[in-house]
Design a protein around this ligand. Structure first.
Ligand SMILES: Cc1cc2nc3c(=O)[nH]c(=O)nc-3n(C[C@H](O)[C@H](O)[C@H](O)COP(=O)(O)OP(=O)(O)OC[C@H]3O[C@@H](n4cnc5c(N)ncnc54)[C@H](O)[C@@H]3O)c2cc1C
Length: 510
């Protein structure tokens, strides 16, 4: 290691582990230690096992406090649990009704949430989207008058020490493939892969493709090609090619880059903000942040939802409930779910994820929107946060934030539950990045670390045709939103649509 690049010894770089960014909520996980029978009972909930350590409720659980189930102190027509894009979609659908949205963090947006540094907005999760293939997405853009911009150009990629701009566009005749610093047979392998998937009718072959690992398409092909898609899959849907559904992989490799992509400077989190800001004042007042649900249970025709608001346990009685939290949490929150449904929710897999925002005193990179480094050990890709505004360069003296994506394997989850573990990984990623671009280091002022416990549902084989349909079954008057209920990948619009659909069902009980 060149001492000049040793970021761990650069004491003037600020390392910040963002508070409240951990998406795992151990409060419901307390139920994991309990039998289903016990979870279904009223009264005191015994202490359970701790999965993480982010907020007061979670600490209380860890410290063995019994969680009380007080008698209802308020009545609402609908309770929405979770204030990410899905919960916000549900709130928009119910904006003229008597609802209460409870969100455990102090802010809304879930994994689609933006922050800023020196006035530069950046993403702490979701980055971009497209609408071309989905009329329902377009309808949402119109419904909310979303003020986003088309992303100029294609992504850049780093192979064998060389950066290639506009590297992937989904077409076999892309001239960028010729820039690969490899033999003609490797270049041919990239082109043959694209030719091979060109004619596949994914909708007609949905069942077969969903059960087939995407890695099957890389057999006998150049390892550099597979490395690119292993990284791409991990970053975008949490899984390398072996664990990815071909139904999704083929769409990503062939179709995603043939249509315009969109975002805001600061990523998709700005979209959550725009959706929230359009809600009428009355609906905004029906949203409670810092409120972590820990029990959702049917009682006669009603549903009781218990949550901590600060340290205070509260129970609300509702005619209907919309669950907009990931299924791995829902499974422990909603009591007495049918066995098969609870099992399907439990079988869904989520990728532990770290997102680092590197804050620079000046512009250090502007090769492309998303920048891929196949084979990198400590991250997969990075995005200049304001690329959509400054793709042409702009004033290079302005401050720049670079969002670095570091999806992990499931067995690495424990390692990020402590601050020290997350910090160690962030430092390793920054070391690896500045080894690629040493000129970045003198301008690096701050590194903000966002620990996404286990947020991104992985589109594993069988996900679309088996797991999702069972997990999202209606459990009237409780209905299931969240991005993992339906959709090809964890996505802002699927999340919003799922929240809206569940809210429509809930509204029938009013
Ligand atoms: C690193 C990363 C990159 C991504 N990139 C993209 C992208 O480029 N484009 C894209 O479209 N999507 C992307 N996504 C996915 C996108 O962020 C999600 O699809 C979207 O945020 C899902 O919205 P949701 O409301 O279903 O769930 P979430 O965003 O997970 O929101 C759930 C909410 O529920 C709250 N909650 C959890 N437990 C409780 C509880 N017990 N009580 C009360 N509230 C609770 C959480 O705090 C959270 O606010 C990315 C995600 C990650 C993690």
């Amino acid at each position: 290691m060149n001492a000049a690049m040793d970021v761990t010894r650069r004491s003037f770089i600020r390392w910040v582990i963002s508070a409240g960014a951990v998406m795992a909520c151990p409060a419901p996980m307390a139920f994991a230690a309990l039998s289903d029978k016990k979870r279904g009972s009223e009264g005191k909930i015994p202490p359970g096992r701790l999965q993480s350590e982010t907020n007061t409720v979670c600490h209380d659980v860890r410290d063995g406090l019994n969680l009380p189930l007080p008698a209802p102190s308020m009545k609402k027509d609908v309770v929405i649990v979770g204030g990410g894009p899905s919960g916000l979609g549900a709130a928009d659908e119910l904006k003229n009704e008597d609802f209460l949205l409870i969100e455990k963090e102090e802010h809304l947006g879930g994994n689609a949430y933006a922050e800023s540094w020196k006035g530069v907005p950046y993403s702490t999760g979701a980055a971009w989207d497209d609408t071309a293939g989905e009329p329902s997405f377009k309808a949402l853009v119109k419904r909310w008058n979303l003020n986003w911009k088309e992303i100029p150009g294609n992504d850049a990629a780093h192979f064998g020490g060389v950066w290639i701009r506009n590297f992937w566009n989904g077409y076999a005749d892309n001239p960028a493939i010729d820039k690969l610093p490899y033999s003609n047979s490797v270049k041919k392998s990239f082109r043959d892969f694209l030719k091979g998937i060109e004619g596949i009718d994914i909708d007609k072959n949905l069942n077969a493709l969903d059960l087939k690992p995407f890695s099957d398409y890389f057999k006998g092909r150049a390892p550099e090609l597979k490395a690119y898609w292993d990284g791409f899959g991990k970053s975008n849907w949490g899984a390398p090619t072996e664990m990815s559904s071909s139904y999704l992989g083929i769409q990503a490799a062939r179709d995603w880059f043939r249509v315009p992509r969109y975002t805001w400077a600061g990523g998709i989190g700005i979209g959550s903000k725009e959706v929230y800001e359009q809600l009428p004042e009355k609906a905004k007042k029906s949203i409670l942040t810092g409120a972590a649900a820990y029990s959702v249970r049917k009682k006669g025709k009603k549903v009781l939802v218990s949550f901590f608001h600060g340290k205070k346990p509260v129970t609300v009685e509702a005619k209907s409930v919309v669950m907009c939290v990931p299924k791995f949490i829902t499974r422990f929150l909603v009591q007495d779910l049918p066995e098969e449904q609870a099992r399907a929710m439990g079988a869904m897999r989520y990728a532990p994820y770290l997102v680092y925002n590197l804050c620079f005193s000046r512009v250090v990179t502007n090769r492309g929107f998303d920048n891929w480094v196949p084979g990198a050990k400590n991250f997969t890709d990075f995005i200049p946060a304001d690329w959509v505004t400054y793709a042409d360069g702009g004033n290079l003296k302005r401050p720049q934030v670079v969002t670095v994506y570091a999806p992990l394997n499931q067995d690495q989850r424990e390692s990020i539950l402590t601050d020290a573990g997350a910090l160690e990984r962030a430092k390793a990623a920054v070391e690896e990045l500045v080894a690629l671009s040493p000129e970045w280091l003198p301008h690096l002022e701050e590194v903000r670390i966002y620990r996404r416990g286990h947020p991104m549902p992985m589109s594993i084989p069988g996900y679309f045709t088996k797991l999702q349909p069972t997990a999202r079954r209606d459990f009237p008057p409780i209905y299931f939103g969240c991005s993992d209920a339906k959709g090809e990948v964890s996505d802002f619009f699927f999340a919003s649509l799922n929240g809206i659909a569940a809210a429509k069902k809930a509204a029938k009980h009013i």
